[in-house]
Design a binder for this molecule. Structure first.
Ligand code: PRP
Length: 189
């Protein structure tokens, strides 16, 4: 085992979603999104990736969407360095482009309490997009504190500390091609 393999084996308790399972689901989501937006009469869509967790999912997703995509990003802060949400949402980076009259798809890695997406949906809704939908790779409904459902969900996951494929703990593990569950000792529980 090399260093990186050993490091994963020391910290990742189990693999929840392997690479093939994720990639297959991303293809299904892209197909569903393409079909829906074509049906809606959209000739393009603006994907709004929420930094930084959505980046891996978003880059795989847009490569399989068969419509012109304008790739934009927002950064908001919610968790800080802790494993529980503070409930505070602040904009760190706003969109680069105007979305008025355009079809907008917010892309997230995970919906947890739902506060981040509630905030973003309200905010972007005020800018009069033609449509505003949400796509999330993971959904943790057991943690929900506000009424918020995504239009497209990759996988529903249990209330475990998941990392990989964009999701981090203390800014590590985002690069994993799979989603794993962190061992409790790895986050100091
Ligand atoms: C995570 C995740 C969502 C948000 C979900 O982001 O990417 O944006 O928390 O939580 P909520 O449903 O409870 O609001 P985080 O703030 O950890 O930033 P990151 O994407 O840079 O990891």
């Amino acid at each position: 085992m090399n260093f990186w393999q050993q490091h994963q084996s020391d910290n990742i308790g189990k693999i929840l979603l392997d690479e093939n399972t994720i990639q297959q689901r991303v293809s299904e989501l892209a197909k569903e999104i393409t079909e829906d937006y074509v049906r809606m009469g959209a000739d393009e869509l603006v994907t709004v990736g929420i930094l930084r967790g959505s980046v891996l999912f978003l880059s795989d997703l847009i490569r399989r969407i068969e419509l012109p995509v304008d790739l934009d990003f927002m950064a908001v802060s919610s968790y800080g360095g802790s494993t529980t949400s503070s409930g505070e949402v602040r904009i760190m980076k706003d969109l680069s482009h105007r979305i008025q009259g355009r079809h907008v798809l917010i892309v997230e890695d995970i919906v947890d309490t739902g506060r981040t997406l509630q905030f973003l949906k309200n905010l972007l809704g005020t800018r009069q997009p033609a449509s505003l939908k949400i796509c999330t790779l993971l959904d943790k409904p057991s943690r929900r504190l506000v009424d918020m459902e995504a239009d497209y969900v990759g996988f529903e996951v249990p209330d475990e500390f998941v990392v990989g494929y964009g999701l981090d703990f203390d800014d590590a593990w985002r690069q994993l091609p799979y989603i794993g569950v962190l061992k409790p000792e790895a986050y100091g529980k």
